[in-house]
Design a binder for this molecule. Sequence first.
Ligand code: COA
Ligand code: ZN
Length: 303
Amino acid sequence: MQWPEEILIREVGPRDGLQNEARLIPAEQKIVFIEKLVQAGLKAVEITSFVHPRAVPQLADAEEVAAGVRRFLEGVRGSGARQVVISALVGNRRGVERALAAGVEQVVMVISASEEHSRANMNMTIAQSLEQLREIAALAAGGGLALRGAVAVAFGCPYRGKVPPEQVLRIVEAMLQAGIGEITLADTAGLANPRQVYELVAGLYRRYPGTAFALHLHDTRGLALANIVTGIQAGVKIVESSTGGLGGCPFIPGATGNVATGEVVYLLHEMGIKTGVDPEKLQECVRWLEEVLGRKLVFPVPV
Ligand code: COA
Ligand code: ZN
């Protein structure tokens, strides 16, 4: 097989990572975190969620964070940082309205592949969520807001167990009909195995060769890096990860963090695949974050 020359890493630490932190982090520190990520060379960053502050209190400051990041990016206009794609998570119409008002350029709409997780996460059935998707797509298109899709618990659900690929397909098809061109397959609880990832991704690329499929993996059982490798073998060119391995879903008991960005960078660079990320600057960012959070985070040992 031909390995890709480059993989886009989308950093989700400020969103998926911080949403699981119990202690509230001030917005200014979140903005500094995002600045450090951009300075380390990350070209795509999910900065926050426009969800109900009661559901995720840590991200209640989404508007403030989005405004701070915009100011920073405007300040570095003309430099490489301008090319960074900033996105935010949404789950319903209200979220998109807030994202539009906050001047965010891209949002990602999440829909669960299992009814049980859909209820726990968004208090909606899958059908209700798909209905929201149609409204959201129209609203985003009207406001010039780019829209991505994400399928949560695409590889297994802690409430339900196995998630048949047909369940994922149903959501992917609805997203394509809504005009979405990039879809993240999320292993929200970290239950995927490398063969399963290969088969689902390869099957989707056979069916929808014009769509970009991204992987979002949690490292609950230490299989995330292996899952990334088989995902790339099946055609994935976008991988989501979290600096220091922060993260977890507050609506999934026992789910651990995202695969750590430093480990993904190390894996890909060792395989001769470019990411644009500077490992030393990323390590500085991890050290800074360790100070802020007061605990050790994941970073590969420097040689
Ligand atoms: N942001 C802020 N407020 C919101 C909102 C949003 N995105 N969506 C709904 N609300 C408000 C409504 O305006 C309404 O306010 P009111 O009571 O003052 O009229 C209230 O919340 C209830 O609205 P409803 O549609 O009934 O929401 P709900 O209570 O059923 O909750 C969600 C649904 C989607 C808002 C909530 O479950 C949620 O935010 N989940 C996000 C979970 C998440 O982020 N998971 C991790 C990422 S995968
Ligand atoms: Zn996640």
